[in-house]
Structure formats: structure tokens, C-alpha cells
Design a protein around this ligand. Structure first.
Ligand code: PXL
Length: 276
């Protein structure tokens, strides 16, 4: 039986259906052993709640890595999301080289921005450090805002294929091997993902949901990682993750006042079916 072990590094937002509390159940449901390294612990995520607590766990990382090294612990893949500090990005790069076996797949979701703006607490220095981490990755999964911060490109809400291909070629020049650019919409009512792999572009388009939900980037990235590690080719993994994310948003829209995240749990079965 092909049973893979992955490490995911991202924050624990205790309440809010994002980052680790999304990645752990989704990747586990894909049938993959999911080890975790929390980057920070927050009482809630930072989008819409006020007064949240934030404990940066950067200082714990070197000792955790050293222990894993002594125990010869390595992973088939390492998937990073929201990280706690600029300093931490260097620790994560070190974990890539120490705990990744030779065939370890490195997936970076540069979760730091949306709708043209960095998330609270992040600055240009963090975005610059994230460029370095992306250059070490086999797969990066930015949205358009993140791609702009990573490539020092002007953010646009209205664009054409040329703009998207420029963003992707700049990401490739940074050293990103394969790129999954999310939230790319060329026509009203539709959105999709551009998959850039081995120098070739493909696009998976689906309906644009009338309301977006917080945390869908994390749901998408986790379902992509799970599908990829189950042996799907990148385009297929991108498609499975998109279809699953749409189902999560539809489920959330049927709920009253569920504003802080997406109800991904009731439709986990559909993700598992798609992987069968
Ligand atoms: O979903 C990305 C994310 C992860 N973790 C925290 C966040 C956000 C987005 O706002 O605030 C703490």
C-alpha cells in the first residue's frame, strides 16, 4: 500500500476554520499521514475578528528540527502555509533541507495576502522572505495578490491572459518550479486556476460563487496537496481541489451567519470519492 507521510507547517487558529485546522483533517481524509509543525497559535484568524491573541512559535522550531534530525525523521512532502514571522521563514527553509528526503515534494502556499492587501501583521520584508521560500518549492499556490507581492507587480482586478502569463513567468524566474495560480477569472461569473507545469499552461474554469468565504485558500491548497500525494497529476489535483472548494462554499451558503470560514467537513466524502 502506498502510504505517504507529510509535514504541514502553518498556524493553529483555534477558531476560524483555516490553516492547520483545515489542513490536518483534509489531508488525513485523503489517506495521508499528516505531521504538523505549528508556526503560531492564535485565538482566531485575523480576518474579521478583533483582539485575537498571537503566540509566535518560531523559537521552538530549531529544537524541534534538531530532534527530528536525531531521530532520522523525514517526510515525503512538506507543505507550508501561514507562517508566524520573517525569521521563521529561514527556519522553514532549513527544515526543507534537513527533513526532506531526496524525493521530498515541497509545496508552498505563500498565504499572506488577498484582495490587493497583505494580511494584518505582514509587511514587505515578510513578502521578500517568502520569495526565497517559493524559490525552493516544487509547487507554489499563490492567489493573484500574493503573486503580485512575490513579483513586485501592480495588482489588477481586471486583466487579460497576458497579465496572468507575465505574473507566472516572473514567478518562474524567481525559481518556482510549478505554479498553481488561484482565483483567475477571465469572464464574468467564472473563475479558475492556472496550472503552470514543465513550462506549459493549462486552465481549469468553474462557476464563480456569489459569496467568497474566508479560508478557502487553505481548503484549496490542502485538497491539492492531498490529491497530489495520492498520485494525481498536477492538473487533476488542481481540478479536484477546485471542485471540492466549490462544494464547501455551496454548503456554507446554505448556513445562516457562518461568516468566518467555510463548512468543509460535511463534504469531505466528496473529496474522498474524487480520489477513488
Ligand atoms: O487563511 C489564511 C490565514 C491563516 N491563518 C491566519 C489568518 C489567515 C488569513 O487571514 O489570519 C491566522
Amino acid at each position: 500500500m502506498d502510504y505517504k507521510k507529510i509535514l504541514t507547517i502553518q498556524d493553529i487558529s483555534c477558531v476560524g476554520q483555516c490553516s492547520m485546522t483545515v489542513a490536518l483533517p483534509i489531508i488525513s481524509a485523503c489517506g495521508i499521514e499528516t505531521c504538523v509543525l505549528p508556526s503560531a497559535v492564535l485565538s482566531t484568524h485575523t480576518a474579521g475578528f478583533t483582539g485575537f491573541t498571537f503566540r509566535d512559535l518560531s523559537d521552538d522550531m530549531p529544537a524541534i528540527k534538531a530532534h527530528w534530525y536525531r531521530e532520522n525523521i523525514t517526510f515525503d512532502a512538506i507543505y507550508t502555509g501561514y507562517l508566524g514571522s520573517t525569521k521563521q521563514i529561514d527556519y522553514v527553509a532549513d527544515i526543507f533541507s534537513t527533513c526532506g528526503g531526496c524525493n521530498c515534494v515541497k509545496i508552498v502556499d505563500p498565504a499572506m495576502a488577498d484582495n490587493g492587501k497583505l494580511y494584518p501583521g505582514f509587511d514587505g520584508q515578510y513578502a521578500d522572505a517568502m520569495k526565497k521560500l517559493c524559490s525552493l518549492a516544487d509547487y507554489v499556490l499563490p492567489n493573484i495578490t500574493e503573486a503580485c507581492f512575490l513579483t513586485d507587480t501592480e495588482y489588477k482586478t481586471s486583466y487579460d491572459r497576458q497579465y496572468i502569463e507575465l505574473l507566472i513567468s516572473k514567478l518562474a524566474n524567481l525559481g518556482c518550479a510549478n505554479i498553481i495560480l488561484t482565483g483567475v477569472s477571465y469572464v464574468a461569473g467564472k473563475t479558475g486556476v492556472v496550472v503552470y507545469e514543465a513550462g506549459k499552461y493549462s486552465y481549469y474554469e468553474h462557476d464563480l460563487m456569489p459569496n467568497s468565504c474566508h479560508g478557502t485558500g487553505d481548503i484549496y491548497a490542502s485538497a491539492f496537496v492531498g490529491s497530489l500525494m495520492r498520485g494525481k497529476i498536477p492538473y487533476e489535483a488542481a481540478k479536484i481541489a477546485a471542485d471540492y472548494t466549490v462544494e464547501c462554499i455551496k454548503t456554507t451558503q446554505r448556513l445562516d451567519n457562518h461568516w468566518y470560514g467555510a463548512a468543509f467537513e460535511p463534504v469531505l466524502g466528496k473529496l474522498i470519492e474524487a480520489l477513488a
